[in-house]
Design a protein. Structure first.
Length: 134
């Protein structure tokens, strides 16, 4: 597994529209994309800080993963995503080392990336995502 950089940090928010002023007006960042990922029941907004992105995550369904996260824990950091050369290989390597996977195989995420998540009970409580183009 070759982690190349932190791809993004996912932040759960109740409303992207209500969150944008903080990121744009206070932090001075520019939202460059808003996208809905229907199968994940989420709307995303992206900002770039150097090579790393911030991804705001707004639930489009209270029963979706972000809706449940906010209900249980409130708004805040949801996950950290690492860029990898090959998501499938990274998932397989993590599994071979005893890490429980949320995604056995990569799936499509925002920005057309392949993604796969590791279960936080096996990653010191941090929901970890691998992202890649392959």
């Amino acid at each position: 597994m070759n982690l190349t950089h932190i791809e993004h940090i996912g932040i759960a928010v109740k409303s992207i529209e209500e969150s944008l002023p903080y990121y744009e007006n206070i932090l001075g960042l520019k939202c460059y994309a808003i996208e809905e990922v229907k199968d994940q029941k989420v709307k995303t907004a992206f900002f770039k800080v150097g090579q790393t992105k911030l991804e705001l995550l707004e639930s489009t369904d209270p029963e979706g993963p972000i809706g449940k996260f906010i209900e249980k824990r409130g708004e805040g950091i949801h996950h950290i995503a690492f860029a990898v050369d090959d998501v499938n290989k990274a998932l397989n390597k993590a599994a071979s080392k005893g890490i429980r996977l949320i995604d056995e195989k990569p799936r499509k995420g925002a920005e057309g990336l392949n993604i796969g998540f590791l279960h936080p009970k096996f990653t010191q409580g941090v929901l970890t995502e691998f992202c890649g183009k392959e």
